[in-house]
Structures are given as structure tokens and as C-alpha cells.
Design a binder for this molecule. Structure first.
Ligand code: AGP
Length: 617
């Protein structure tokens, strides 16, 4: 998500940090900032490009210890105030850059505010700066350090829930910067008379290739001539020095051949971030305060109207099934380019949900404006903080997937689905359709999904082999029933977008009403055949396909001993509930599309004729 950098050396920290931040530009960002440790701490921030930040920094700024940040907003809109570093103390005593999400920041903010700390930004990160200040200086106007920065940091981290990679400066500790990590990447670069820190190695690859990867719960102290790493208890850790062999382009993709493959892998952490702070497994509750809807209002809803395009529309279609099956709320879904011209009837008690990863899709914005002109309350689900939709909708839920660079949506799709699951279950709870005990089980299952996605990724060679075997096909079909129907549509869209193969997704039961005429000997038919209420029907569909000599590639549970009798190829997922298995099946289909495009030599991250964000009608 955000990019962090740190420098301790003999050169101008400002120059090195600006160069390092430029190397992180490819990740996408909306603002940037630096802090330099001199006699005090000087901080400069700006929205937009790094060149804007450069323009704010006085020429010849001295100081050779510093930290920097490129922000990709998750809490609070893009603005200079929300840009990092965040500081505490007057004059500034503490400066922090952060990548990650602090889940309990609201509670900490209330507590620190009551203790006299003044918050300037809307970010979760500012609580870290004040919390650290409190542990080191005792109170907001405390001037004398009561403990060392590292000790204060360790104490503060005990109170923080969530994910973080942190780089911290303290005005009273010259010559060093301090680091900490949990669930967000952090790497240290070792130079001669200088050391570096960053959220990814691309930041300092021009300076050194010798690195140490910081692990969860480790802290580190960097000076120009030393690097010390400590475990959770404060004991020094001996760490292996590794050599980075990647060239710059490979390093941008963290060694993956394409951004799309990197982003498919990032679904593990992206879903984790989407869920952060929203579910309580212990109590069986779902907290969506951004929705701004009391239970009473949720109970009064008579209809949900989903508006979206492309992949986001597929997420919305699954949402429709969830709202109706779980919460018993009538749900319609429209393609936005159709919605605005079809004279829709909007009844009282309707909630509109607009789904758009970019928040800038022209058709989606137009449909939202149309429905809002009827005073229909509108919730946006998007990945981009500060995008147009976030300024127009009444409320916003963020997917928090981090920047998606590949044109084909992957991690934004699965995180959209994650939010739709949470919404539908929340609505069902409020309307008395599901019990807290059921919801506890649901949350347990949902929390397992990132690990199960990792298991699928560990077996990606099987999907690759399958993709290579069918990469020469002219046509590809995707079948699914019930919750897997939207996933079949998404599998077909992914394949056609990046491999330029003709691919169609169908509701499996619809096959015999026409599409079956297209089947020929050997036509690959990907069928989602995970266990559930329609499993037997799907087996019948598979037999229909086999009877036409087409080839069946089944996506099935790895415990399924029956499916192998009917399908030609079986690609497996770990067993999950019928409800949640679409979050797993889609990963197999994303990999299938990716490896097919790879085998066909296509331009995977930038497919022909497509734009990441379609801002024209
Ligand atoms: C997905 O792979 C496509 N790039 C496309 O269908 C996309 O989902 C569609 O253009 C909608 O974009 P949005 O989510 O940014 O509104």
C-alpha cells in the first residue's frame, strides 16, 4: 500500500530519501512527505507527485538521518495534513511513517485526546506518533524523555492492534532511526557508512543489494555504521544478510513476472486488511460503522439496488445472491451503462450500492447520479480513497486492497466480495435472519480464507500445466450454479481480457437452452463443482458436456473423491463452506487466465484496447 523509506548515513538524507521515494512511485500514491533529523525534526509534505514535495524542501537542507513516505490513502482523504510523516510534540519530538492499518486507532485516539493530545489528521497513523510521545515523554507538553525511543516504541506497540511497518525519528536521539514490523513488509539495506530501510527493496537498489528482511514483531535501530535487530523481548537477533539479484523491473514486481501475478498473491494480505477491525469472532458481530446505518434503518430496508460494471458487476451479482439468501432483502443489480437509460423505478426503502474499484468509472458515476437524484441513499464500495465516487456517495466502504496496477482486476474483486459478504451477514444479523452463533462460524470461516488462498497459490503449478495444455483452444466455456455463477462469469472475463481467447460464462443449468450447440470435441469447459446444494446438478451438467466430447476442467474440493470420475482435469481448492468457496474458486480461475495469457505470449498487465479505469461513457 504505502511506501516507507529510511536513511542513516553520511550523505544528505533529504536527497537520498527523495530518490528512494521516486523509486516507489510505480506503486501508486496520492501524497508524500519526509522528516529530517537535525538539531530538531523538520517535516515537509505535499499532495501529488514527488516533484511537488521536492519543491517544498529548502535547498541544501542538512541532516543525514531521515524518513520518507508515499501515501496511498486508507483512512482519511488524500491531503497534505493526512500525508505522512505524522508527528507529536511542540516542538516536534517524534516523527513516524507507517505502512499498514491500525485496527484499534479510534479507541486509542479517544484515549489520547482525553489525555490532551491534539490530532491534526484523519489518519490511523497519527495515534502511533502520540502514543510513542506519551510513552517517552509522559504527557503532551512533556519535554524530557523518560525512556529511550526503542523502549518507548516497544511499550507503545503492546497497545497497537493491526499491521505496521514503521520508521521513527526522535528529536532527542540523534544519529539513529528506529524500525518495527508486523504484517507489513520491511527490509533493511546495508551500505558502507550508510544504511537504508524501506517497504520494498526497489527504494534503495541503486545504493545496495545486501539486505536483511525484518520479521514480524522485530524492531531495529539503524545508524550510519550499525544495524541492530531485536526480538519481541528486546534480545538482539542475528540475521542473515541476503543478496538481491533482481534487476529494477523485477524488484518492482517483488520478483513476480507480472503485476497481475503479484496482485493475485497479494489477495492473502488484501483480504486480511479488508477484514481488519470489522469482525469479532468472539462475539459474532460485524462492525461497519462507515455504513452510518443503525440496525433500525437496516430493518426498514425493502430493497438493495447494486450498480457496477465489468468485474465489479460480477462481485455485485454475487452480492445479490447473498443479500437475498442470507438477509432476505430483495436485491436488483444493473449494469451502469444500461441503468441510466432504462427509466428505473426506485421505491422507498431502497439502498443503492455502487461497486467500483477505481471510483472513477464514468458509467458508474452517471448511474449513481441518476439514482441519487431520487434521494436514494447510496453506499460506495471502492478501493481508491478520495476518488470521485467517495465524494458523491452518502457513505463509503473501502476494500483496502492496496494499489492495483494490472489492468485485470484480481485483488480488488476478492476484497469487494469480502465486503459484500460482511454487508449481507450484517444485514441478516440486524434483521434477525442469522444468529450470532451462526455468524461466529461464518467469521471463523472467513478468517481462514487468506490461508486457504495461500494453499491454492502453493499449488499453482497444476493450474499452469492445465493452462498450457489448453492455451491453443479457440473457445473456452465457464459454468457455475448459484453462488458460483458470478464466479464463472468472472473466470471467462479474466481469460478474454488478458489472453484474447473467446470465453463465455454461463449458468450451468442454462447450457442446454442454447450454448450447448457451441460445444465441439475438446472444447475446454471449466466447471465450478464445489460441494453444495447444487453439486449433483453440476455433475449432471458435466455429463451433458462429456456426452458432446468436450473436455471438462473441474474446480472442486480437494477432498472430493467422486469428481475425478467425470472430469478430465481437476483443479482443487481446500474444503470450505458452500457460502465462502467462491472466494477460493476465483483464485484458481485468475491463475488459469494468467497462465493461459503467459503461454500465448500476451501483454498481461496492459492488455490491448483496455484501460484500468474507464472514465468515458
Ligand atoms: C476488470 O478486470 C476490468 N478491468 C473491468 O471490467 C473493470 O472491472 C470495469 O471497468 C469496472 O471498473 P471499476 O471497478 O473501476 O468501476
Amino acid at each position: 500500500m504505502c511506501g516507507i523509506v529510511g536513511y542513516a548515513g553520511e550523505n544528505s538524507a533529504a536527497s537520498v530519501i527523495i530518490e528512494s521515494l521516486k523509486k516507489l512511485e510505480y506503486r501508486g500514491y496520492d501524497s508524500a512527505g519526509i522528516s529530517i533529523l537535525g538539531s530538531g525534526i523538520d517535516t515537509y509534505k505535499s499532495v501529488g507527485k514527488i516533484v511537488n514535495l521536492e519543491a517544498t524542501i529548502p535547498e541544501g537542507l542538512s541532516g543525514n538521518i531521515g524518513i520518507g513516505h508515499t501515501r496511498w490513502a486508507t483512512h482519511g482523504r488524500p491531503s497534505t495534513i493526512n500525508a505522512h510523516p505524522h508527528t507529536s510534540g511542540n516542538p516536534c519530538k517524534i516523527s513516524v511513517v507507517h505502512n499498514g492499518i491500525i485496527e484499534n486507532y479510534m479507541a486509542l485516539k479517544e484515549q489520547l485526546t482525553a489525555e490532551g493530545y491534539e490530532f491534526k489528521s484523519e489518519t490511523d497513523t497519527e495515534v502511533i506518533a502520540h502514543l510513542l510521545h506519551k510513552h517517552i515523554y509522559g504527557k503532551p507538553d512533556g519535554r524530557e524523555a523518560k525512556c529511550e525511543l526503542l523502549t518507548g516504541l516497544r511499550e507503545a506497540l503492546k497497545e497497537i492492534e493491526g499491521s505496521y511497518a514503521l520508521a521513527v525519528l526522535c528529536a532527542d536521539e540523534q544519529g539513529k532511526l528506529v524500525l518495527a514490523r508486523k504484517d507489513s513488509p520491511l527490509v533493511i539495506g546495508l551500505g558502507k557508512g550508510e544504511n537504508f530501510a524501506a517497504s520494498d527493496v526497489t527504494a534503495f537498489l541503486n545504493y545496495t543489494r545486501d539486505v536483511i528482511f525484518v520479521n514480524d514483531f522485530e524492531t531495529a535501530v539503524l545508524t550510519p555504521n550499525s544495524v541492530e535487530i531485536f526480538d519481541r523481548e528486546g534480545k538482539v537477533r542475528e540475521k542473515k544478510i541476503e543478496k538481491i539479484e533482481w534487476d529494477f523491473e523485477a524488484a518492482e514486481k517483488a520478483g513476480y513476472e507480472h503485476f497481475m501475478l503479484k496482485e493475485i498473491h497479494e489477495q492473502v494480505s488484501a483480504i486480511h486488511n479488508t477484514l481488519a477491525g470489522k469482525v469479532s469472532e468472539l462475539e459474532g458481530t460485524i462492525d461497519l460503522k462507515e455504513l452510518n446505518m443503525a440496525d433500525e434503518e437496516i430493518r426498514k430496508l425493502s430493497r438493495v439496488q447494486i450498480l457496477a460494471c465489468g468485474t465489479s458487476w460480477h462481485a455485485g451479482l454475487l452480492g445479490k445472491y447473498l443479500f437475498e439468501q442470507l438477509a432476505g432483502i430483495h436485491c436488483d443489480i444493473d449494469i451502469c451503462s444500461e441503468y441510466r437509460y432504462r427509466s428505473p423505478v426506485i421505491s422507498d426503502g431502497t439502498l443503492a450500492i455502487a461497486i467500483t474499484q477505481s471510483g472513477e468509472t464514468a458509467d458508474t458515476l452517471a448511474a449513481v447520479r441518476e439514482i441519487m437524484s431520487y434521494n436514494c441513499p447510496t453506499l460506495a464500495i471502492t478501493n481508491v480513497v478520495g476518488s470521485t465516487i467517495t465524494r458523491e456517495a452518502n457513505s463509503v466502504l473501502y476494500t483496502r486492497a492496496g494499489p492495483e496496477i494490472g489492468v485485470a482486476a484480481t485483488k480488488t474483486f476478492s476484497t469487494q466480495l469480502t465486503l459484500l459478504y460482511l454487508l449481507a451477514v450484517k444485514f441478516a444479523l440486524s434483521r434477525g435472519k442469522l444468529s450470532p452463533d451462526y455468524v461466529k462460524g461464518f467469521i471463523t470461516g472467513l478468517r481462514k480464507i487468506p490461508g486457504q488462498i495461500q494453499q491454492i497459490l502453493n499449488q499453482k503449478e497444476a493450474v499452469k500445466e492445465c493452462a498450457e495444455n489448453f492455451a491453443h483452444s479457440d473457445n473456452y466455456f465457464f459454468l457455475g450454479r448459484n453462488l458460483n455463477y458470478p464466479i464463472a462469469l468472472e473466470g471467462a472475463l479474466k481469460l478474454k481480457e488478458i489472453s484474447y481467447l473467446h470465453a463465455e460464462g454461463f449458468a450451468a443449468g442454462e447450457l442446454k437452452h442454447g450454448p450447448i450447440a457451441l460445444l465441439e470435441k475438446g472444447t475446454p469447459v471449466v466447471t465450478i463443482a464445489t460441494k453444495g446444494q447444487t453439486y449433483d446438478k453440476v455433475l449432471s451438467n458435466i455429463k451433458e458436456v462429456k456426452a458432446r466430447d468436450a473436455t471438462v476442467i473441474a474446480v472442486a474440493d480437494n477432498k472430493d473423491t467422486e469428481i475425478g470420475k467425470y472430469a478430465d482435469v481437476v483443479l482443487t481448492i481446500p474444503p470450505s463452506s458452500e457460502l465462502l468457496s467462491p472466494l477460493l474458486s476465483v483464485v484458481v480461475l485468475q491463475l488459469l487466465a494468467y497462465y493461459t495469457a503467459l503461454a500465448r505470449g500476451c501483454s498481461i498487465d496492459k492488455p490491448r484496447n483496455l484501460a484500468k479505469s474507464v472514465t468515458v461513457e
